[in-house]
Design a protein around this ligand. Structure first.
Ligand code: KG4
Ligand code: ZN
Length: 347
C-alpha cells in the first residue's frame, strides 16, 4: 500500500510544502521570505503575513511537482512546534483545514525531530541507535535516536544556539542577517589559527556560546589587542572597522573553527559516553562547510558511521516534516483536530 503524506513547514521564515510516498520525497518546495533582510533578523509579524501569502502557491506547487491531486493524499503533516507562534499558527490552521475538508488524519510534527529524521531521506540505511548533533538558529542539541519515533535529548545549549553564535558574531563583523552562511563563505579564504578564541568549560554534554560571543565583542572593540574588557584599550570606531576589514577572512575562519570545535568536542564526548558509534548532523548550521569537514575527520580514524544531509535538507524544509509524518503515520500517532496548533509537539 502506498502512503502519501502532504507536509507543511512554517515555523520561522520559510514557507515550505512537500509530498512523500512511503518515505520517498516526491517534491520539496520552499518560499524564502526576503522581507527580513532589511531588519537584521526575522520580524515575527512580517513572517506570519508572508506565510499567509505564500502558503497556497507553495502547497499547490508541491502537489503539482509530485504529479498528485489532493484526493490522493492520505494524511497532512505540519510543524506544530517549536517556532514563532504566529508563523506556526498559519501552517497549523492551514493543515487542519485541509485535513478537515479532506477527512484525512492530521499529524503534528516536532520541528527538531524532523531535522534529525531529514537524515533518513537520503540515508535510509542509517542504523539505529545513532547520535545526532542538531544545530539550528534556535537549538543546539545532542539527540540519542533509538528509532524514528523514539528520541532523547542528552545534551543542549544553556544559552545561545550555534546558529545564533554564527549570526550574532557575524553582526559584530558588520555582516547582514543571516550571517552564518557569510562567515562560512569568508572563512574559506582565511587562516583559522590566526586568532584563538576561548572554549567554554561546560560540564556534561551541554553547550554554551554566550561567553564566546562576548569575548569576540571585546576582541573587536579592542581592535584585536585583547579578549577581555579593558576600557583603556577600546579602539575608535574607525580603528575597529579598519581592523575588521583587514582581517575579515581570518576572523571568520577563527570564529568558525572555535564554534565547530565546541560542537565536535561534545559530539565525541557523547559517542564515548554512550558507546554509540553512528553519528549524524542536522539543522541549518549543518550546512557549514567547516562542520561538515570536521565530522568526517572525527569519524574517519575511529570508523564511526556518519550521515550528513544535503544542503536542501539541512535548512528548514518540508521534506523533513513529510518523512517524520510518514513514520508517525506508521505508528498511528495522529493529532486531534481540536489540538491547539501552537501547543508543544511531542517527539
Ligand atoms: O534550521 P534552520 O534553517 O532554521 C532554524 O530552525 O533555526 O537554521 C538557521 C540557522 C541560521 O542561524 C543560519 O545562520 C545557520 O542556520 N546557517 C549556517 C549556515 N547555513 C545556515 N551557519 C553556518 N554556516 C552555514 N553555512
Ligand atoms: Zn529548523
Amino acid at each position: 500500500m502506498s502512503i502519501h503524506i502532504l507536509a507543511i513547514e512554517s515555523s520561522c521564515d520559510e514557507t515550505a510544502a512537500a509530498v512523500c510516498v512511503n518515505g520517498k520525497i516526491l517534491s520539496n518546495e520552499v518560499a524564502t521570505q526576503e522581507v527580513h533582510k532589511n531588519f537584521g533578523g526575522v520580524v515575527p509579524e512580517l513572517a506570519s503575513r508572508a506565510h499567509m501569502q505564500h502558503i497556497v502557491p507553495v502547497v499547490e506547487q508541491a502537489l503539482c511537482k509530485a504529479n498528485l491531486t489532493l484526493d490522493r493524499i492520505d494524511a497532512i503533516a505540519y510543524t506544530q512546534s517549536p517556532g514563532l507562534i504566529g508563523s506556526l499558527l498559519v501552517g497549523g490552521q492551514f493543515a487542519k483545514s485541509l485535513a478537515l475538508s479532506l477527512r484525512k488524519p492530521l499529524i503534528a510534527v516536532h520541528h527538531m525531530q524532523a531535522h534529525v529524521l531529514a537524515n533518513l531521506i537520503e540515508h535510509p540505511e542509517l542504523a539505529f541507535p545513532f547520535i545526532c548533533l542538531t544545530v539550528s538558529g534556535g537549538h543546539t542539541q545532542l539527540v540519542l535516536c533509538e528509532s524514528p519515533t523514539r528520541m532523547e535529548v542528552i545534551g543542549e545549549t544553556i544559552d545561545d544556539a550555534a546558529g545564533e553564535a554564527f549570526d550574532k558574531t557575524a553582526k559584530l563583523l558588520g555582516l547582514p542577517y543571516p550571517g552564518g552562511p557569510l562567515i562560512d563563505h569568508y572563512a574559506k579564504t582565511g587562516r583559522a589559527d590566526r586568532f584563538v578564541f576561548p572554549e567554554p568549560q561546560i560540564p556534561d554534554l551541554n553547550f554554551s556560546f554566550s561567553g564566546l560571543k562576548t569575548s569576540i565583542l571585546y576582541f573587536l572593540q579592542n581592535a584585536g589587542k585583547s579578549h577581555a574588557y579593558h576600557p583603556e584599550l577600546i579602539a575608535t570606531t574607525e580603528e575597529q572597522h579598519a581592523f575588521i576589514k583587514e582581517n575579515l577572512a581570518d576572523l571568520c575562519a577563527s570564529i568558525q573553527q572555535r564554534i565547530v570545535s565546541i560542537l565536535l568536542h561534545k559530539l565525541k564526548k557523547a559517542v564515548i559516553k554512550t558507546g554509540i558509534k553512528n553519528i549524524a548532523l542536522a539543522g541549518g548550521v549543518s550546512a557549514n562547510s567547516g562542520l561538515r569537514n570536521g565530522i568526517q575527520q572525527l569519524a574517519a580514524p575511529y570508523n564511526y558511521q556518519y550521515s550528513i544531509p544535503s544542503l536542501a535538507y539541512c535548512t528548514d524544509n518540508a521534506a523533513m516534516i513529510a518523512i517524520t509524518g510518514y513514520y508517525k503515520y506508521l505508528d498511528k500517532q495522529f493529532a486531534s483536530l481540536d489540538q491547539r496548533s501552537s501547543a508543544k509537539a511531542t517527539w
